[in-house]
Design a protein around this ligand. Structure first.
Ligand code: PLP
Ligand code: SF4
Length: 461
C-alpha cells in the first residue's frame, strides 16, 4: 500500500462541541446520588417492579427519598404544590434520580412532575379542564372518534408517572382535592363496546391505544386488545402509546412478559400486512440515558418502530438549543421525532405553557440541523376539538394579545378554533386588556374577523 497521505480540503470548519452533545448520554449508576438509592445496585434499579413499588406519590415519600438534598423551604413549597395540583403526583425513581437537586426549582424533570406552589401562575381567563373537548367526540366510554379514519382508544386511566401538564387531567389518575375524574372504560368487559363501535365503522383504519398509559396494561390485556383490533378487517394501523420509555425505560429490559406480548402483536400485525408501532413521549434530553439506549436497541432489534410526541414546555424544551438536543438525541437512539405539541390549555400549569411564536422560532432553528424525516412537525392541537394543526397554518395570529385562530376543514368544517398565548408572556398593556372581560371579548371577535371567511362559527375551548 502506498503510505502517502492525500491532503483533503475541508470547506467546512470543524463542528463545535455542541454538535456532539447528543451522544453524551448519562452513564453508570447515576441514581446513587439520591440518598434513598445510594445502596441500590444496577440489577435492582433496572427491575421494573422495584421502580413501580418505589414511585413517589406524596410529599413525605419525596422527603424520604431525597432527604437533605432539599431545603425545608423547598419541601414546604412542594407540600403546598401537591395540595393545589389538578393531577395526582407519581414520580418513578428513575425520573427522580435525573433531577439536579442542586437547583430543583429550575430542573426540567422536576418542572414536569413535581408541583411547586411558588411558581404557580393564574390560569388564562379562557381555559377549561377538557380543552380538547374529547368528551364531545366520545361515542362510547373510553373511545374518541374525532378524525374520519382514526380513533383514540383509552382503555385505562393510570400511568407509571403523572405529568403535571396532562391534557387528560379530566380523567387520568385518582381524584385530587381539586378535580373529580371522569370515568373511562377500564375492564375487558367495558372495552367490548369500543371494539364493537370500531367494527361498525368501516372508515376507521387507524387506532391509537393510549390512556392512561399502555405500560400499565398487564401483558395478557395488551395481547387481548392487540388481537381484538387486528381481527377487525378494516383496522390497518395501530399505535400503542406510552410515556414509559421516557421515565421507566427499564421495563422494556426487565418486564419480559410485557415486551414479548408487544412483540407478538407487532409480529402478528406484520404477518397480516398491518402496521403496529410504539408511540412515546420524551420531553427533555436528560430523560435519555444509557438505560434508554439499551431499551431502544432491544425494540429496534425486534423491528418495533418507535415514534415520539413531545410537548413544548416552558423551562423544559423551549429554547432552540434544548429542542435541537432533544431531537438529535432521540434520533441517536432510533426514536423518530414525530410531533412537538403546543402545551394544551389545561388548568393549574400556566407556568409551563408558552407562545405560538416560540414554537415557530424553534421549528425554524431545528429544521435543517438533521435529516428531514427526523425533523418533528410542530403542531397545535386546536382547543375546542379542531384537532392537530401545523403551527404555521393559522388563519390569523394577533401576537400582541396572544390570540391565534385555526380552522380545520377536514375535521370540523366551518368552525374556528383559538389558542391563547399565556398572558404573563404578553406586554403589560395586553395583560391589562385581558383583565377586562368586555375588552377580551372584543379582541377575540376582532381576531376572528381578521381570520377572514374561513369559518362562520367560533368554538372556544
Ligand atoms: C392525536 C389524535 C389521533 C392521532 O392523530 P395523528 O395526527 O395521526 O397522530 C387520533 N385521534 C385523536 C382524538 C387524537 O387526538
Ligand atoms: S403519561 Fe400521558 S396520560 Fe399519563 S399523565 Fe402523562 S401525559 Fe397524561
Amino acid at each position: 500500500m502506498n503510505e502517502t497521505t492525500i491532503e483533503i480540503k475541508h470547506l467546512k470548519p470543524p463542528a463545535g462541541p455542541e454538535q456532539f452533545e447528543h451522544r453524551n448520554l448519562k452513564q453508570g449508576e447515576f441514581w446513587r446520588h439520591v440518598p434513598a438509592y445510594k445502596d441500590v445496585d444496577e440489577t435492582t434499579f433496572l427491575d421494573h417492579l422495584w421502580q413501580q413499588k418505589h414511585a413517589v406519590k406524596t410529599p413525605d415519600e419525596l422527603l424520604d427519598a431525597i432527604k437533605d438534598l432539599c431545603t425545608p423551604e423547598f419541601f414546604a413549597d412542594v407540600a403546598d404544590g401537591f395540595k393545589r395540583a389538578p393531577m395526582a403526583v407519581r414520580v418513578s425513581p428513575y425520573a427522580l434520580s435525573l433531577i439536579d437537586w442542586s437547583d430543583p426549582v429550575n430542573d426540567p424533570i422536576r418542572r414536569q412532575f413535581v408541583p411547586l406552589a411558588s411558581t404557580l401562575l393564574p390560569d388564562h381567563p379562557r381555559l377549561t379542564l377538557d380543552s380538547l373537548h374529547e368528551q364531545d367526540d366520545s361515542p362510547v366510554p373510553g373511545l374518541v372518534h374525532r378524525y374520519v379514519d382514526k380513533a383514540l382508544f383509552l382503555p385505562l386511566n393510570t400511568c407509571p408517572v403523572y405529568c403535571r401538564f396532562c391534557t387528560r387531567s379530566y380523567a387520568i389518575g385518582p381524584d385530587t382535592e381539586n378535580v373529580d375524574k371522569v370515568g373511562l372504560a377500564k375492564t375487558p368487559k367495558q372495552w367490548e363496546q369500543a371494539f364493537q363501535y370500531i367494527a361498525e365503522r368501516p372508515e376507521i383504519e387507524d387506532i391509537v391505544i393510549s390512556g392512561g398509559d399502555t405500560y400499565q396494561l398487564p401483558a395478557k390485556n395488551l395481547t387481548l386488545i392487540g388481537n381484538a383490533l387486528l381481527d377487525i378487517p378494516h383496522v390497518r394501523r395501530m399505535r400503542f402509546a406510552t410515556k414509559g420509555p421516557a421515565i421507566m425505560p427499564m421495563k422494556i429490559i426487565t418486564d419480559t412478559a410485557w415486551f414479548d406480548a408487544l412483540t407478538q402483536v407487532v409480529d402478528r400485525g406484520r404477518s397480516m400486512g398491518k402496521d403496529v408501532v410504539l408511540h412515546t413521549h420524551f420531553n427533555a434530553p436528560e430523560e435519555i440515558t444509557w438505560i434508554t439506549q439499551k431499551a431502544m436497541n432491544m425494540l429496534f432489534e425486534r423491528g418495533i418502530f418507535v415514534r415520539n410526541q413531545s410537548v413544548l414546555i416552558r423551562g423544559v424544551n423551549d429554547t432552540p438549543e434544548r429542542m435541537q438536543l432533544l431531537v438529535k438525541r432521540l434520533e441517536y437512539v432510533n426514536v423518530h421525532p414525530y410531533y412537538v405539541y403546543m402545551h394544551d390549555m389545561v388548568k393549574g400549569v400556566e407556568e409551563l405553557r408558552t407562545t405560538i411564536q416560540t414554537s415557530i422560532d424553534l421549528e425554524k432553528f431545528v429544521r435543517g440541523s438533521t435529516a428531514g424525516f427526523n425533523t418533528p412537525l410542530f403542531i397545535c392541537d386546536a382547543p375546542g376539538g379542531g384537532g392537530k394543526r401545523d403551527i404555521h397554518s393559522f388563519d390569523y395570529y394577533d401576537r400582541e394579545n396572544g390570540i391565534c385562530v385555526y380552522t380545520a376543514p377536514s375535521v370540523k368544517k366551518g368552525k374556528a378554533f383559538v389558542y391563547f398565548d399565556p398572558v404573563d408572556k404578553l406586554s403589560p398593556e395586553a395583560q391589562a386588556r385581558w383583565a377586562v372581560k368586555e375588552i377580551a371579548d372584543q379582541m377575540i371577535a376582532e381576531a376572528l374577523r381578521k381570520a377572514g371567511d374561513a369559518a362562520d362559527e367560533l368554538v372556544l375551548a
